[in-house]
Ligand binder design. Structure first.
Ligand code: ADP
Length: 184
């Protein structure tokens, strides 16, 4: 398949607590006509307070397999028997609405996106580990989750070199300004 060149996709990645969610939400709130969140497709059961598209496009296992077979889902992983993947359909929907898809995804996802689309801008955001710990506590994460996320931090940070830009997210406003500058 031809790679799509005209439209941009922006990936925001970084260790848990770096501020990915906050950055994506802020960009969408400030520029609702310009950005849209690219939501993954998942087979896991919807939990209370979740809905279609939040935080996933929920499909059955059979639907998921059909989307893979049709070439629509072009990257997927399986964990504990539950599948999760990226679908081209939702990227094209955002392109059609003239929006830039925003996505947090790891290096495997980045590679899949870059092999399918030409104009993928990847931004790695991070902060000092002590600051991350403070943020995870401030966010109300459980102690065991904080411990696991801080362990993952060192591994995650090694992937920063594969991203186009690395930003230290100390000042949210400055980070947002830099991202807008990168995209413009
Ligand atoms: P992630 O999605 O990368 O796990 P979040 O966006 O949930 O991170 O941010 C983690 C916590 O840090 C949240 O409580 C958020 O409000 C806070 N936070 C995000 N960016 C900053 C920043 N630049 N300075 C201080 N706190 C921040």
């Amino acid at each position: 398949m031809e790679k799509t060149t005209a439209n941009r996709i922006v990936v925001i990645e970084g260790p848990s607590g770096a501020g990915k969610d906050t950055i994506i939400k802020t960009l969408m709130q400030r520029y609702p006509d310009r950005f849209g969140k690219l939501v993954s497709v998942a087979t896991r059961a919807m939990r209370p307070h979740e809905s279609e598209g939040n935080p996933y496009h929920f499909v059955t296992n059979e639907e998921f397999d059909r989307m893979v077979e049709a070439g629509d889902i072009f990257e997927h992983t399986m964990r504990h028997g539950e599948k999760r993947g990226m679908s081209e359909r939702y990227i094209l929907e955002l392109f059609n609405a003239n929006k830039i898809p925003l996505k947090d995804c790891d290096i495997v996802g980045v590679r899949a996106l870059k092999s399918r689309f030409n104009n993928v801008i990847t931004i790695f955001v991070t902060a000092d580990k002590n600051e991350i710990e403070r943020r995870l506590r401030g966010r109300g994460d459980k102690p065991e989750d904080i411990e696991r996320r801080l362990k993952d931090y060192d591994q995650c940070i090694l992937d920063a070199k594969y991203y186009d830009y690395v930003l230290i997210n100390n000042d949210l406003e400055k980070t947002i300004d830099k991202i807008i500058q990168i995209i413009s």
